[in-house]
Design a protein around this ligand. Structure first.
Ligand code: SAH
Length: 265
């Protein structure tokens, strides 16, 4: 069992950076803050705000019954309001163990799959470790918010601009802490902040892109969906960088994630 205290919201959002055309620009915060506040007000249907804590608790209890043990992941799932990351028409389903559409053909992953991947990612790291984490596929920002609960820093990359922007507003609305959002092709990783103690992908390609492996710190672990070799299915792949620098790969259960695409959109 681990004992990291849960990170509580609100926290200060120190860095939200977008990368356009290779140069990094700090976005003006005030209009974004206002827009985020406006949005969070308009997406709170009666009752959900009041009930979400206990509804969320029921989801966490279910995941614990199904085998979730990592206290860092449990605390994060308790802390992050998943209903604030989905469209208002879907908030009633936000605490079911189901994936939900977030627009542009993408989905927020099932909580049990998110929990499983985060627990796998954290397994080699002590509860006290202050991790630098890279996420590929920001989507709506939910998983990035979870990771921010137990990490020193999070860099999260998204290739679809509208989702990158939506995630920024979502994370600001809950004051999600130290999350650096990058608009870019995640297949390249993000060299400026490398190396990372943990790398997690929410989209799967035929194999694990070489830059992710290059950007993985010694003692670090990568978790990603990847092709199962048949050309049709995906499996969860874990890659550890051992103390001597070598990579060790293990293959886990079958999964189904959206495709890892190249380029920007
Ligand atoms: N972690 C997300 C899940 C989003 S689904 C959440 O909590 O909502 C996966 C995301 O990966 C999609 O938004 C998709 O656009 C993105 N994606 C796919 N290929 C990518 C790439 N090469 N670089 C960055 N993002 C990518």
């Amino acid at each position: 069992m681990t004992s990291t205290p849960p990170r509580r919201f609100p926290l200060s959002l120190s860095q939200v950076v977008a990368r356009d055309g290779g140069s990094e620009v700090l976005r003006p915060q005030r209009p974004v803050d206002d827009a985020a506040r406006e949005r969070s007000r308009s997406m709170q249907p009666a009752g959900v705000g009041l009930d979400s804590h206990s509804v969320r608790e029921r989801l966490v209890e279910r995941l614990v019954r199904e085998g979730l043990r990592d206290e860092r992941v449990i605390a994060a799932l308790r802390a992050v309001p998943r209903h604030r990351f989905v469209d208002s028409a879907l908030v009633q389903q936000a605490y079911e163990d189901t994936s939900l559409p977030i627009g542009l053909g993408q989905t927020i992953s099932k909580p049990s799959v998110v929990a499983r991947m985060l627990a796998l990612m954290l397994a080699p790291h002590a509860a006290t470790a202050r991790l630098r984490v890279l996420e590929i596929g920001t989507g709506c920002g939910y998983q990035a918010a979870l990771i921010a609960c137990f990490s020193r820093s999070v860099v999260s990359i998204e290739r679809l601009k509208p989702l990158h922007d939506k995630a920024r507003a979502n994370l600001l609305a809950i004051d999600a802490g130290d999350v650096r959002l990058v608009y870019g092709d995640g297949r390249l990783g993000h060299a400026p902040n490398a190396p990372y103690d943990a790398i997690i992908a929410a989209a799967g390609g035929d194999d694990v892109p070489a830059p992710w492996l290059e950007q993985l710190a010694v003692g670090g672990r990568l978790v990603a969906p990847s092709g199962d070799g048949s050309g049709a299915g995906q499996v969860l792949v874990v890659v550890d960088r051992l103390a001597d620098g070598r990579l060790q790969r293990s293959v886990h259960e079958a999964v189904r994630f959206v495709p890892l695409k190249s380029g920007l959109a």
